[in-house]
Design a protein around this ligand. Structure first.
Ligand SMILES: Cc1cc2nc3c(=O)[nH]c(=O)nc-3n(C[C@H](O)[C@H](O)[C@H](O)COP(=O)(O)OP(=O)(O)OC[C@H]3O[C@@H](n4cnc5c(N)ncnc54)[C@H](O)[C@@H]3O)c2cc1C
Length: 462
């Protein structure tokens, strides 16, 4: 008889609630189920799928070190999971199933179907967030729709019960079975900068918290400075736990972690945004089904100009900071947070395209693609979400470039055609009197801005 631990977005052996619970109950066997068909439909970026494959290979090795075997199954989609698990549990005489909870609609439906199909006990544990959905509610017992009070209450909760990181599991080492390939190896070169297993993720997290986080507040908005943790992909696959992050913050920086004005406190706030959007997706599942949180904004007649959308996707809008951002995304699978806000705002408020088009394009390219964070970020930028930017606050893409890439290092890195352009023209290349192999601006920002205001005003008045 064995305890089955089913790994999903928690590809680590350290501080893993489900693994710890399974190990406490008896000998453990691990399972990972790849569902490439489901992932492609969502759409998961191929580079993210490749990272998952690499992380599962590494997990097999880490589990073998503590004497746990990992099986890897490749199924088309979630629908095939319950029947597969019935057969698997019978074959391996599993006594109980353990897994860490996921909070999105399809994932929860899959888990319910599994619990119904199996005759053994299924334990789904809270693990991936600082606090599970339902733990941070208003006095009236309602979910928060605004970030700041959510953050305040979550911090009080964490202060009263600081996170505990589970001790390392011990066991007799064994050999790891080979892991099948369920992704495309051609994406490997793009993976080089990213932690691909729990050890690398921990090293990266510790280095950031020890060496960088003190300056995070001052430097995090400048894309050329590489001043953010770049842990988003590791957090989204669970190579590192958010508890490990908070524990390390407290260990290195003590009480300044709770201070919003400090670097550690600012970083903690970002981790809390991650929780916030997961809670929103859990409590308001219509956002997961393609609806705007502020439903009246679904009546906005967005443009459906495919050519304009293609120009945005390919970084050919004529606005250097937007184009450099989009090329960073397509070339590296990642985009800096400030640029995600600028590129998203531009798609919606300058090009008047549906934010869902941008949301989908980001998911299809991001190595850290996370449905709740991506949806939350897009709805924030589009002024359709919970804690949305007010619709009349519209980024000026030229001014954003000047402010956050003042010496043009980032723009020049991703737009080689502007590399030699004088600083004077870098943010407005269309003013350059000579010839340039760079497009004219797709829109006049002032005109586009007024159109956006009119679109939103009409909806709000209606
Ligand atoms: C339009 C848009 C789309 C986004 N899509 C995603 C996405 O698919 N996946 C994703 O993880 N983040 C997304 N974000 C949030 C944020 O841009 C990234 O988490 C961040 O850029 C990752 O870099 P980092 O790890 O260096 O972050 P850091 O600045 O070091 O922050 C630490 C961690 O906090 C979390 N975090 C930070 N900011 C946010 C935020 N605004 N919302 C939720 N979590 C946050 C991430 O897990 C991040 O790794 C999006 C933001 C916007 C505006």
């Amino acid at each position: 008889m064995t305890q089955l631990i089913w790994f999903r977005n928690d590809l680590r052996t350290l501080d893993n609630s489900a693994l710890a619970a399974a190990a406490a109950a008896g000998p453990v066997r691990g399972l990972f189920i790849a569902t490439p068909g489901q992932w492609q439909r969502h759409p998961m970026a191929p580079v993210k799928m490749r990272l998952i494959n690499k992380a599962v290979e590494a997990l097999a090795g880490h589990l073998a070190d503590i004497g746990v075997e990992l099986d890897v199954a490749v199924l088309e989609d979630f629908a095939a999971v319950p029947a597969f698990l019935q057969g698997y549990c019978a074959k391996h005489q599993s006594e109980a199933l353990y897994a860490n909870r996921e909070y999105l609609v399809n994932e929860m439906a899959r888990d319910s179907a599994v619990a119904k199909a199996l005759t053994i006990p299924c334990h789904f544990l809270h693990d991936s967030l600082l606090a599970p959905p339902g733990a941070v509610m208003t006095l009236q017992g309602q979910p928060y729709k605004v970030f700041t009070p959510f953050k305040k209450q979550l911090k009080e909760l964490l202060l009263s019960a600081p996170p505990q990181v589970r001790p390392r599991l011990k066991g007799q080492g064994t050999a790891a079975a080979p892991v099948p390939c369920f992704s495309d190896p051609q994406w490997d070169p793009m993976l080089a900068p990213w932690p691909q297993d729990e050890e690398a993720a921990l090293v990266a997290m510790r280095r950031f918290v020890v060496e960088e986080v003190a300056d995070y507040k001052a430097r995090r908005d400048f894309p050329s400075q590489e001043a953010t943790s770049r842990l988003s992909a590791a957090l989204s696959l669970g190579l590192v736990s958010v508890r490990q992050c908070l524990w390390r913050l407290l260990h290195e920086h003590g009480d300044s972690t709770w201070d919003d004005g400090s670097g550690p406190g600012t970083w903690l706030n970002e981790l809390i945004w991650r929780d916030f959007y997961q809670h929103i997706a859990f409590h308001f599942p219509t956002v997961v089904k393609g609806r705007a949180f502020q439903e009246e904004t679904d009546a906005i007649p967005w443009s459906s100009d495919q050519a304009v959308f293609a120009a945005w996707c390919e970084g050919r809008t004529g606005f250097p900071i937007v184009d450099a951002a989009m090329r960073q995304l397509v070339q590296t699978g990642w985009m800096h947070n400030r640029l995600r806000m600028i590129a998203a705002s531009f798609l919606v408020k300058d090009l008047h395209l549906d934010w869902r088009w941008g949301e989908r394009f980001f998911m299809a390219h991001l190595i850290d693609g996370d449905f709740a964070a991506n949806n939350g970020g897009w709805q924030w930028a589009a002024s359709t979400g919970t804690d949305a930017a007010p619709y009349f606050r519209i980024f000026n893409p030229t001014e954003q470039g000047k402010r956050f890439d003042p010496d043009g290092h980032f723009i020049r890195k991703f737009l080689p055609e502007l590399q030699r352009l004088d600083d004077k023209y870098l943010f407005e290349p269309h003013r350059y009197p000579g010839r340039l192999d760079y497009p004219q601006p797709l829109v006049d920002h002032k005109v586009a801005r007024n159109q956006t205001l009119a679109l939103f005003k009409a909806i709000k008045e209606a």
